[in-house]
Design a protein around this ligand. Structure first.
Ligand SMILES: Cc1cc2nc3c(=O)[nH]c(=O)nc-3n(C[C@H](O)[C@H](O)[C@H](O)COP(=O)(O)O)c2cc1C
Length: 247
């Protein structure tokens, strides 16, 4: 069974535009998987469903490898779900040309993971909705964050809700089908997670940063060493070793 993790940074829950479009992608993907051997488990969360406290800036995650707040809210559960997922979807409405505060809060709480390529080997899609403009920042920002997490971004879907309401939905419908079949292909193993120039650059920079912490056994050094990542010459090589765990 393959697993998809979804987090949508909207307080509107299932009524959210971003959640709605994401659900359409998932429904299409599930449809196209019917009749195949693949079973899909979807862990779908919106900011309304979960309790995520704001980062307190204690730096414990960077210095000691854990967040004290994880015991007090839903982040430990969300992190566990992300780690066990094969495919990750992050979606955010555009708020003042940026991600929503709820999405930012979620990202802040996994900031240390962006130094660890903690989700390496997984593929992902970004979804963003806007009334009319500002989606480029959100797509670029989430692309950056997901890549730093080690996720191979295989789709960036943004919808302009005015077009959508005005029934200019043919484009969206076509895009929804495209992203759904991309997702289904990864789930079925028809496409596999591959490296690219950006992921290779990030891997090299983060690996060097981790090595610099060797003298004092810093958290990043320990993670890179214990996960075996320090042994890999490239992100491509890393993927070959983690591929048995992923789509
Ligand atoms: C606080 C706030 C700020 C917003 N800022 C923008 C904006 O900068 N540009 C824009 O086109 N739409 C903006 N919108 C509209 C939302 O991006 C749009 O309605 C989105 O689809 C809402 O997604 P949701 O239903 O998933 O929460 C804003 C909405 C809110 C509530």
């Amino acid at each position: 069974m393959k697993k998809v993790f979804v987090f949508i940074g909207s307080q509107k829950g299932k009524a959210s535009n971003t959640a709605g479009l994401t659900q359409k992608i998932l429904d299409n993907a599930v449809n196209s998987l019917q009749g195949t051997q693949e079973e899909l488990k979807i862990d779908f969360y919106t900011a309304k469903d979960v309790n995520i406290k704001s980062c307190k800036s204690c730096l414990n995650c960077f210095n000691n490898g854990f967040c004290p707040l994880d015991k007090t809210d839903d982040m430990a559960m969300l992190k566990a779900k992300m780690l066990e997922a094969d495919f990750i979807i992050l979606g955010s409405p555009v708020y003042a040309h940026n991600v929503s505060g709820d999405m930012k809060k979620f990202i802040d709480r996994i900031s240390n993971w962006t130094h660890l390529m903690k989700l390496a080997g997984k593929a992902g899609i970004i979804v963003s909705t806007t009334l009319s403009n500002g989606n480029m920042f959100v797509l670029d920002y989430l692309y950056k964050i997901m890549s730093y997490l080690g996720i191979k971004v295989v789709g960036k879907f943004s919808a302009n809700i005015i077009d959508y309401i005005n029934q200019d939905i043919q484009i969206s419908q076509k895009e929804i089908s495209n992203y759904a079949s991309t997702l289904a292909d990864y789930i079925q193993g028809k496409r596999i997670v591959s490296s690219d120039d950006y992921l290779e650059r990030l891997f090299n920079v983060m690996k060097q940063n981790a090595i610099q912490q060797k003298a004092y056994n810093g958290q990043e050094y320990l993670h890179w060493k214990e996960s075996g990542y320090l042994d890999y010459y490239s992100f491509d090589e890393l993927l070959q070793h983690v591929s048995s765990k992923v789509v």
